[in-house]
Design a protein around this ligand. Structure first.
Ligand SMILES: Cc1cc2nc3c(=O)[nH]c(=O)nc-3n(C[C@H](O)[C@H](O)[C@H](O)COP(=O)(O)O)c2cc1C
Length: 218
């Protein structure tokens, strides 16, 4: 049956799953984040730990991609990647980044802004060693974000590496691969509400180290 074209300007969804008020929000944004993450982990979301990471050049030209959150807490939000990738090069020249979680089934969005730094080599080693063998081979083989000749070339490299490092064999973490920790200065928790009157509560880090909570207009 032929599909009728759908006019996207007519698509509208009313949000009514939950609300977010100053009375119920945790005074500490890391606690609030963990509460929402736990709910996301128990929901039907297929990738609840997927987050968008925005980086920018020194001149402020932005770029954005998805990564997986691997750790979170007062020390920050950790993801792992290739330090020579496009994002890695941008973080080297401008450490300001933004993170975004969009959890559609929960009608929630969380924005985080802060500074990214490399985690310690020891922490990167520990996480690298916990990854499946094939993922470790991939991290060694892939010059992430660089132009490559073909997929065949990449697969050839993987096959050579898997002969050099058979399953079960220790693979040293390449120095171009590791983690970043993002230390937030700003959080915004967004809960969809009916008729576009959404709840938006923002936490901003004050000079005394305390978090100020304010409501933003939807
Ligand atoms: C669901 C999902 C999870 C991803 N997780 C990661 C990750 O944890 N680390 C990573 O380097 N790339 C991850 N990627 C790939 C990135 O989106 C991106 O293609 C890659 O990091 C290169 O980005 P860059 O060229 O901007 O540096 C993921 C992609 C998707 C769709």
């Amino acid at each position: 049956m032929p599909h009728l074209p759908i006019n996207i300007s007519d698509l509208r969804r009313d949000y009514s799953a939950a609300a977010l008020s100053e009375d119920e929000i945790a005074p500490n944004p890391f606690v609030q984040f963990d509460q929402w993450l736990q709910q996301a982990l128990q929901s039907e979301l297929s990738e609840p730990t997927a987050m968008f990471v925005a980086t920018a050049t020194a001149q402020g030209a932005p770029s954005l991609r998805t990564v997986l959150l691997k750790e979170h807490g007062e020390a920050g939000f950790v993801f792992y990647t290739n330090y020579s990738s496009r994002k890695g090069r941008q973080i080297a020249e401008n450490s300001q980044v933004a993170l975004l979680f969009y959890w559609d089934v929960l009608e929630r969005q969380i924005r985080i802004e802060g500074n990214a730094q490399r985690v310690s080599p020891l922490a990167s080693d520990a996480y690298f060693d916990s990854r499946p063998h094939t993922s470790r081979l991939g991290a060694v083989a892939s010059p992430q974000s660089q132009i490559i000749e073909s997929r065949t070339e990449l697969e050839k490299k993987i096959s050579e590496l898997s002969q050099q490092y058979p399953d079960g064999c220790h693979i040293e973490r390449p120095s171009h691969w590791g983690g970043y920790v993002v230390r937030p200065q700003l959080f915004e928790f967004w809960q969809g509400r009916p008729s576009r009157l959404h709840d938006r509560l923002q936490y901003s880090l004050q000079p005394d180290g305390l978090w100020r909570i304010e409501r933003l207009a939807p």
